[in-house]
Design a protein around this ligand. Structure first.
Ligand SMILES: *[C@@H]1O[C@H](CO)[C@@H](O)[C@H](O)[C@H]1NC(C)=O
Ligand SMILES: *[C@@H]1O[C@H](CO)[C@@H](O)[C@H](O)[C@H]1NC(C)=O
Ligand SMILES: *[C@@H]1O[C@H](CO)[C@@H](O)[C@H](O)[C@H]1NC(C)=O
Ligand SMILES: *[C@@H]1O[C@H](CO)[C@@H](O)[C@H](O)[C@H]1NC(C)=O
Ligand SMILES: *[C@@H]1O[C@H](CO)[C@@H](O)[C@H](O)[C@H]1NC(C)=O
Ligand SMILES: *[C@@H]1O[C@H](CO)[C@@H](O)[C@H](O)[C@H]1NC(C)=O
Ligand SMILES: *[C@@H]1O[C@H](CO)[C@@H](O)[C@H](O)[C@H]1NC(C)=O
Ligand SMILES: *[C@@H]1O[C@H](CO)[C@@H](O)[C@H](O)[C@H]1NC(C)=O
Length: 341
C-alpha cells in the first residue's frame, strides 16, 4: 500500500494521457465562521468510482482515501467524504480560507481546484456622527462601523443610492462619509449597508442640519387706523425654529417674544418701522426684516367735523383754565386725542 501510494504522483507525471479536468466548480466558495461547506465535485456517482482520492488544503493533505480513509489529525471530526468524491468541512474558521485541491484516480486521473473564503457574520453596524450638532457651513463626518469580516460598505440617502456632491468625500474604504461644508439640503436619512458574501446589515442615521434663520418676512397691514389692533406675523426659515423679538424704530418692544405681534394702536408714535429679529440659538445666527406702518388720521366713528368739535371743546375748557395761553397740541393731549395733527 505504501508503495502504491507513493507511486501515485509519479504515475500522474508519467501518464501524460491523464487529462487536466477541473472537477470542482469555479470559486470562490463562501463559508461562514462556525458553518459548514461542501466541496462538490462535478462528477456523477458513476464517473467517480475512484481507487484513490486525495484532498489538499494548500500544500497540506487533509484527507486521503486509498482502501482506508485517513483524515489529518487536526481535521478529525470536521471532515466527511461524501458521494462522488465531494468533501464536507464543518465548524469553519477564518484560517480555513484558501485553495483546496482534489486528486482522484478513476479510470483516469482527475483533479480540481477551488477557493474557499470564510467570513465572519457582520454584526453591530452603526453610523456615528462626529458632532451631535451639525450646523450649516460646518463640517461633519459620518462613520460607519461594523464587526465581522467587512467586505464592502455602501451609502444610501433617503432610500436611494447616494450621489456624492462637491462637498462630500468618502474615506477609509468608504467607512467615513465626510461633508466639508454642510448644506441644509444635506439633511436626510443616511444608511450604511455593510456586507460580505454571507451576510449584510444596515445602520441608519438621520442628519438634521441646523441652519438659518434666513428669508425673514413680515406679513401685516401697511396702514392702520387709530383704535385698531395691529397684528404682524413674522416668519423665518430656520432649524430649529427661530425665536423672535420685535422692535419699533430700533427700540425693543417689551413683552413681544413670539412670531405674532399684537398691539393696540393709540398714538401717532405707534407708526414707523417695525422690525422682526429672528434668532436661532443653535446656529447662533440672527436675521431681521422691517415693515413700515403708517397711521391714517381718521379715527373710526369720529369724522373731521367731530374732531373739530373736540378741538373746539378743548380750547373752551383749557381757555377757561389757563386763560387762553395754551397751544393746540397741549389741548389735544389733555383731551385724549394725542398728537392729532
Ligand atoms: C491537474 O491535472 C493536469 C493534467 O494532468 C495537470 O497539468 C495539473 O497540474 C493538475 N493540477 C493540479 C492542481 O494538480
Ligand atoms: C462568493 O462570493 C463572491 C463575491 O461576492 C461571488 O463572486 C461568488 O459567486 C460567491 N460564491 C458563491 C458560490 O456564491
Ligand atoms: C471511506 O469513506 C467513504 C465515504 O464516506 C466510505 O464510503 C468508505 O466506506 C470509507 N472507507 C473505509 C475503508 O472506511
Ligand atoms: C469549532 O472550532 C473552534 C475553534 O475554531 C472550537 O473552539 C470549537 O470548540 C469548535 N466547535 C465544535 C462544535 O467543534
Ligand atoms: C473627517 O475624516 C477625515 C478623514 O478621516 C479627517 O481628515 C477629518 O479631520 C475628519 N473631520 C472631522 C470633522 O471629524
Ligand atoms: C442619485 O441620482 C440618481 C440618478 O440621477 C437618482 O435616481 C437618485 O434619486 C439620486 N439619489 C439621491 C439620494 O438623490
Ligand atoms: C415669552 O413671554 C412669555 C410671557 O411674557 C413668557 O412666559 C415666555 O417664557 C417667553 N418666552 C421666551 C422664549 O422668552
Ligand atoms: C417711529 O418713527 C416714525 C417716523 O418714521 C415716527 O412717526 C414715530 O413717532 C416713531 N415712533 C417711535 C416710538 O419712535
Amino acid at each position: 500500500t505504501v508503495f502504491l501510494v507513493s507511486m501515485i504522483p509519479t504515475l500522474w507525471l508519467l501518464l501524460c494521457l491523464a487529462e487536466g479536468s477541473g472537477i470542482l466548480p469555479d470559486g470562490p466558495l463562501n463559508g461562514t465562521v462556525g458553518g459548514t461547506i461542501v466541496f462538490t465535485t462535478t462528477l456523477t456517482p458513476a464517473e467517480s468510482q475512484f481507487s484513490s482520492i486525495e484532498w489538499k488544503f494548500g500544500q497540506k493533505r487533509i484527507f486521503f482515501g486509498y482502501g482506508t480513509n485517513t483524515t489529518a489529525p487536526e481535521y478529525e471530526d470536521r471532515i466527511t467524504l461524501m458521494s462522488a468524491g465531494s468533501l464536507e468541512l464543518r465548524n469553519l474558521s477564518l484560517t480555513d480560507s484558501g485553495q483546496y485541491t482534489v486528486n482522484m484516480v478513476t479510470n483516469a486521473f482527475l483533479n480540481g481546484t477551488t477557493r474557499l473564503d470564510v467570513y465572519e457574520r457582520i454584526s453591530g453596524t452603526s453610523v456615528t456622527p462626529s458632532t451631535n450638532l451639525p450646523i450649516e457651513g460646518n463640517s461633519v463626518n459620518l462613520t460607519c462601523e461594523a464587526a465581522g469580516s467587512v467586505f464592502s460598505r455602501m451609502w444610501m440617502k433617503d432610500g436611494s443610492a447616494l450621489n456624492l456632491s462637491d462637498n462630500m468625500n468618502l474615506y477609509e474604504q468608504n467607512s467615513v462619509l465626510s461633508f466639508n461644508t454642510l448644506d441644509k439640503r444635506d439633511s436626510g436619512e443616511y444608511s450604511c449597508r455593510v456586507s460580505n458574501p454571507i451576510s449584510a446589515e444596515v445602520a441608519q442615521y438621520t442628519l438634521a442640519v441646523n441652519y438659518g434663520p434666513e428669508n425673514v418676512q413680515i406679513k401685516g397691514p401697511a396702514e392702520i387706523q387709530f383704535g385698531q389692533t395691529l397684528t404682524l406675523s413674522c416668519s423665518a426659515e430656520s432649524r430649529p425654529s427661530a425665536s423672535y423679538k420685535w422692535a419699533l424704530n430700533g427700540t425693543l418692544i417689551e413683552g413681544q417674544n413670539s412670531s405674532l405681534l399684537t398691539k393696540a394702536i393709540r398714538y401717532l408714535s405707534d407708526s414707523g418701522n417695525y422690525i422682526c429679529h429672528a434668532v436661532n440659538f443653535v446656529t447662533d445666527r440672527s436675521s431681521a426684516a422691517t415693515h413700515r406702518l403708517s397711521i391714517t388720521e381718521k379715527t373710526p366713528g369720529c369724522t373731521a367735523g367731530c374732531i373739530v368739535g373736540i378741538v373746539l371743546a378743548c380750547l373752551v375748557i383749557l381757555g377757561g383754565v389757563c386763560g387762553g395761553a395754551v397751544n393746540k397740541s397741549v389741548c389735544m393731549n389733555v383731551c385724549m386725542c394725542k398728537e392729532l395733527r
